[in-house]
Design a protein around this ligand. Structure first.
Ligand code: SAM
Length: 232
């Protein structure tokens, strides 16, 4: 590992940029930047990509020093991949241990970027589908250790539970980004979060034990991150 970095979590490194704490992942597609992020190289040419917590809910959760259950050999189902900003960092982490990320996105334009990203990174399997209908992509994915979701939809918790029923192993982890305004623009975000957490704990398809929640301010306003484990 580069002498300017220290291990932070499996596949994630910490260093400093302009004197400030900064997270990095090892670039699994050397020579390529994904969203204009800064890349540093050590003496043997290994590249490390800076991870911007303002561009990534998962990056913000790491930055907030939460214990994130992603390991480099994990199988990950990622809902709401967009053009792959965060997926690319997950791909970096998984490249270190042979893990795979199934990345679901239903909008055409970002999907095109995601497919191009996957051409350079063999551990990303892009799936062009609607995350609220997991039955449609059963043939394209497999049981996973981690379900990550960032879809910004009204029924966010319900979508997570549905997908967990199909794909998340018992004892597997959910990492969920909840956006209060997507559920109800008028309601107090705290009330929205409490209601969504209840859905996760009591859903009939799959239910969860909540391990940790975190307000994603200042990186993402009115967003809450949830880390939970699936009940068997
Ligand atoms: N996770 C991305 C990142 O950090 O790079 C950003 C995701 S953006 C906030 C939300 C994405 O979810 C959008 O690209 C949107 O098209 C997608 N999305 C919303 N509802 C969806 C659904 N039902 N199925 C699949 N994708 C969905």
């Amino acid at each position: 590992m580069a002498d300017f970095l220290k291990p932070y979590s499996d596949g994630v490194y910490e260093g400093r940029s302009r004197g400030k704490f900064q997270l990095y992942t090892k670039n699994a597609a050397p020579g390529n930047s994904v969203y204009g992020e800064k890349i540093m190289a050590d003496d043997d040419g290994t590249e490390y990509r800076s991870w911007d917590p303002k561009r990534s809910k998962l990056g913000a959760l790491y930055q907030k020093k939460l214990k994130i259950p992603i390991r480099s050999d994990s199988r990950v189902l990622y809902l709401g991949a967009a053009s792959g900003t965060t997926v690319s960092h997950v791909s970096d982490i998984l490249a270190e241990g042979g893990g795979v990320v199934y990345a679901v996105e239903f909008a055409e334009r970002p999907m095109r970027d995601l497919v191009m990203l996957a051409e350079k990174r063999s551990n990303i399997i892009p799936i062009f589908s609607d995350a609220s209908r997991p039955e449609l992509y059963v043939p394209m994915a497999e049981p996973v250790d981690i379900l990550f979701q960032d879809v910004a939809q009204a029924n966010q918790a319900e979508i997570a539970c549905k997908n967990a029923a199909y794909f998340l192993k018992d004892g597997g982890h959910l990492i969920l980004s909840l956006k209060a305004r997507s559920v109800d623009v008028a309601k107090n975000p705290k009330k929205v979060f409490t209601e969504e957490i209840k859905v996760l704990e009591k859903n009939a398809d799959a239910s969860f034990k909540i391990l940790k929640t975190a307000d994603l301010t200042p990186f993402h306003v009115d967003h809450m991150g949830v880390i939970a484990v699936k009940n068997s």
